[in-house]
Design a protein around this ligand. Structure first.
Ligand code: 87F
Length: 911
């Protein structure tokens, strides 16, 4: 499209954004199908705005006009002047819309605008304050089609992605002809800027876009439908229910889903004895802080004690937009389903998503044989998974199955209903929450590591800590905060990371004299001290490590463990007299990282060096261990070990007197592994029943579940089991005898299976009599009987070892299935599309590396654009230059440039 064509017409997305902005500003813009415009461009849409001064034609002109109409309230609470916003919009629309021709000066101008915008947005969610405004939509419209790079303009990418990827505006870009017929009937709703509404403030604080409409008070669904029937998106029915024995539920269902209490009780797998009723007004007000008629999902915010379970209709979870009352019944707030779930998660109420539609068909006698409970119920354990039991076990197995079926009627457990292959992200979320590893927190990107996750980290810490001490490394602890001056002392190192640095600017209400940063890494905190402590060659090597937390304010979608705003890690920092010594340290550490992954977490990794583009900019060379996650087809950096050369020594004036009396700069290293490693382990080994833990890091390696009967209770069973526990503990096996009497055996089987415990021992009356246990493996589901009279410690240790090895072998085989070699460009993207990581001969030039990223993205998207917020991109990145290099015959050409290849490089789509 030529520059002039762009100024009068636009892409569908631009049109959509401008229409949305107009709707915000409360003016009507019509989109006309243009037969031919003044410049002779055919068939494009043209925006036409009727104003008191006459019609305004053309997207760019409309865009600027609309931008100036923004309500004054938009600037409330910000220290921004209206004129500054105008300047931004003007700037963006002028420069962006006119650069389509791509002349050198236009590109230079565009770079200037982008750089300024980047700096402006680095510390803001939107152009003015925290709420999306007309100006934002206009700027996003102007940015459409402008190439943005996530590494160069992270803040602009995040900003643009936030705006264009939220579905609130879907359906707004209606053609003039199709909108007129409906317009007369539909109620015109007034959009309002709600102030002092806790729920809307919370959405804003979380950066989740919403639109709120004012209307007459609506107490019932019918009344609300009358008021908001014309709005796009799903309408909701909200019920606040309680059952004395089973708890309190806030149910948000589609307005046309069945919501009688019997259906809901069945969906929740409550027993027939349950008596689900509407909670009284007092309970409603005490827990959700709203009156009758104002209940809606946004009210989960007020349930700070987590008394209610939030139940969401699957139909709503799959809708684009959800409309509901924001704590008052004369308002309706529209928010995307994804964002509503994010909100609920942030309020510590992750929704239990249930399929109300399936309940309707089950009630109509069309049950597909699955329990109506859907998400909230599971089959009896003996009936699922595993291999058929041996014949000698049949009778007992039958009894157990019967027992646990009976028992399951009494007890239910929230079961994983997402499959690893069908919905990897949903599956992962369920696995880490149902296994009690992670709980959500009300600050986006921050998570609670529950004991089940933290203990895995402790096993990693314990092993790694002992190993680095063997290398002469000591632990220490440096402060959490870093001054602006120290942080910026090493420009190269911090520059690209600046948007991720979190700053403390106030104490109470008082501004700090100078803002202080929260450590994103500790080079700039530790090295001034290194400069004081290192005087002579006798002070070297100085080898320090610290176990700590760091904060990096990421803008991409957070994922627990893999990408969180605060995470735990160890960071090692060493200084040596020679380059060779530093190099040796780097590789010793790299091998320890390999062993953490391979020997503890049973995840195979590839050791390699990063290319110049991917290395840590402050250092000389970065080495890495790279893992592969079969479920998502993505590679992931496992840990890094840097040879920093003398760069930091120079910046921080670290000098030592060498043996010959001369002053020298030491050679440094730094290295780190984070709690991301736990996420990689979960993703690699988990299955549709939940977590599968490698024995070496499992908080519990063996759980013993008693199968009691009325005649043979725990008292009779315990002496037998206690001996087994003592025997196993003698061999340092982490074992638990689950004696809880409020759960059935069936419930416990499922519970420990979801938590990934490697071995379950089942012990019932017949086992005691026959002096044996039934051993069930979590990794394969295999069952075997094991006689106990001579002790089982040795054999159980053997099974644990076997499980550890089997998990590693399985993960290696599935990684290797996705490891291919490609010699020509034509085969590259097809290999990536098969979820492969790809080894290619490469010229190792940065320019070609960038080209591969861009070309692989374009070829995969075929002209489409990708969501810049997602934590994964379809562009291929270099993962590493593997240390283990296959032979590279003379004359081998680079797969992309055709120049002589200098090495084999591993590429992949990655986290
Ligand atoms: C984010 C904000 C500011 C990564 C950052 O890999 C600075 C940084 O320096 C930053 N994200 N990095 C690189 C960290 C390098 C290095 N530090 C010690 C490690 C291992 C442990």
């Amino acid at each position: 499209m030529t520059a002039s064509a762009l100024s009068v017409a636009g892409s569908p997305l631009q049109v959509k954004l401008v229409l949305a902005a107009a709707r915000y500003a409360d003016v009507t813009v019509e989109v006309q199908e243009a037969a031919a415009d003044a410049e002779g461009n055919n068939g494009t849409s043209t925006a036409v705005l009727t104003t008191p001064q006459g019609p305004i034609r053309g997207l760019n002109a409309v865009l600027r006009y609309v931008s100036r109409l923004r309500p004054a309230s938009e600037l409330e609470g910000s220290n921004f002047q209206s004129s500054q916003v105008d300047q931004w919009v003007e700037f963006a629309s002028n420069e962006m819309c006119h650069m389509a021709g791509g002349s050198a000066s236009a590109i230079a101008q565009q770079d200037k605008v982008l750089a300024a915008l980047e700096a402006h947005l680095a510390s803001r969610t939107f152009v003015v304050g925290q709420r999306m405004s007309v100006a934002d939509m206009c700027i996003a419209a102007a940015l459409e089609g402008v190439p943005l790079a996530a590494d160069k303009q992270p803040a602009v990418c995040r900003f643009y992605g936030t705006i264009v990827n939220q579905p609130l505006f879907n359906g707004t870009a209606k053609k003039a002809s199709s909108r007129s017929s409906k317009a007369g009937k539909a109620k015109q709703l007034e959009q309002v800027q709600e102030s002092e509404n806790k729920a809307i403030d919370k959405l804003t604080e979380l950066g989740l876009p919403s639109v709120t409409y004012a209307h007459a008070p609506a107490m019932t669904v019918e009344e609300q439908m009358q008021e908001i029937g014309s709005l796009p998106g799903a309408k909701t029915k909200n019920l606040f229910l309680r059952d004395k024995k089973h708890g309190i539920y806030l149910v948000t269902a589609a307005h046309d889903s069945p919501t009688d209490t019997k259906t809901i009780a069945a969906l929740l797998s409550l027993p027939p004895s349950a008596n689900l009723r509407f909670a009284d007004e007092e309970t409603l007000s005490a827990i959700l802080g709203v009156k009758q008629g104002s209940v809606g999902p946004l009210a989960v915010l007020n349930d700070t004690e987590g008394q209610a379970t939030f139940v969401l209709d699957k139909k709503l979870a799959q809708a684009d937009i959800i409309n509901s009352h924001p704590l008052r019944n004369d308002r309706t707030t529209a928010v995307s389903a994804k964002d509503l779930i994010a909100y609920a998660n942030a309020c510590n109420h992750p929704p239990t998503i249930l399929d109300f539609a399936s309940a309707a068909s089950a009630n109509a006698g069309k049950s597909n044989g699955k329990p109506a409970g859907g998400a909230a119920s599971r089959g009896a354990p003996a009936a699922k998974g595993g291999k058929p039991a041996k014949s000698t076990m049949d009778k007992q197995k039958h009894d157990r199955a019967a027992d646990s079926k009976k028992e399951l009627k009494k007890e239910t457990l929230l079961g994983i209903d997402k499959s690893k292959t069908g919905d990897f992200a949903g599956w992962y979320q369920q696995v880490i929450t149902y296994s009690e590893m992670i709980d959500y927190y009300d600050i986006s990107g921050c998570y609670i590591l529950r004991p089940w996750a933290f203990e895995i980290w402790e096993h990693i810490q314990h092993w790694f800590d002992a190993e680095i001490k063997k290398l002469g490394v000591s632990n220490s602890y440096f402060p959490l905060f870093v001054s602006k001056k120290a942080l910026e002392a090493e420009k190269d190192h911090v520059e690209g990371f600046a948007p991720e640095v979190a700053w403390v600017t106030k104490s109470g209400e008082t501004d700090l004299a100078e803002p202080i940063a929260v450590r994103p890494t500790s080079e700039t905190i530790m090295y001034p001290a290194f400069a004081r402590w290192i005087r002579s060659h006798r002070d070297l090597p100085l080898c320090l490590n610290q176990w700590s937390n760091v904060v990096r304010w990421e803008f991409k979608d957070p994922t627990p463990f893999l990408r969180s705003r605060e995470f735990l890690w160890q960071e090692g920092h060493t200084a040596h007299t020679t380059f060779e010594e530093a190099e040796e340290m780097v590789f010793q550490i790299l091998d320890l990282y390999r062993r953490v992954y391979e020997e503890l977490l049973a995840v195979p990794v590839i050791k390699g060096t990063k290319t110049e583009l991917e290395k840590f900019a402050g250092g000389f060379r970065t080495t890495t261990v790279e893992a592969y996650i079969t479920g998502s087809g993505r590679a992931i950096q496992g840990a890094t070990s840097h040879n920093l050369g003398q760069n930091f020594g120079k910046m921080f004036n670290i000098n030592f007197e060498a043996k010959d009396g001369t002053s020298k700069i030491p050679w440094q290293t730094s290295w780190g592994i984070t709690t991301r490693s736990i996420g990689v382990c979960v993703m690699c080994h988990g299955d549709d029943q939940g977590l599968v833990l490698p024995p070496r890091v499992a908080p519990l390696q063996v759980v013993i579940v008693p199968v009691v009967t009325k005649k043979f209770g725990l008292d009779q069973l315990s002496p037998f089991v206690d001996k087994i526990v003592a025997d196993l503990r003698g061999g340092n096996v982490r074992v638990k005898f689950d004696t809880r009497d409020n759960y059935t055996a069936g419930w416990k089987y499922n519970h420990w299976e979801q938590k990934g415990v490697p071995i379950r021992l089942e012990v019932g009356p017949r086992d005691v009599e026959a002096e044996r246990v039934v051993v069930v493996r979590r990794d394969t589901g295999d069952k075997q009987e094991m006689p106990v009279e001579a002790g089982i410690q040795g054999r159980i240790l053997g099974v644990l070892e076997d499980i550890q090895n089997n998990l590693f072998a399985k993960a290696t085989a599935s990684r290797d299935e996705h490891y291919s070699r490609v010699l020509e460009w034509a085969d590259f993207v097809p290999a990536l599309n098969k979820n492969d990581i790809v080894l290619t001969p490469f010229c190792n030039e940065g320019e070609w590396e960038e080209k591969v990223k861009a070309m692989s993205r374009d070829e995969a998207l075929q002209g489409g654009s990708e969501d810049v917020r997602t934590s994964t991109s379809v562009a291929a990145k270099t993962l590493c230059i593997p240390l283990d290099q296959p032979e590279l015959p003379e004359g081998t050409k680079c797969f992309v440039s055709g120049k002589p290849a200098t090495c084999w490089v591993l590429w992949g789509r990655s986290y």
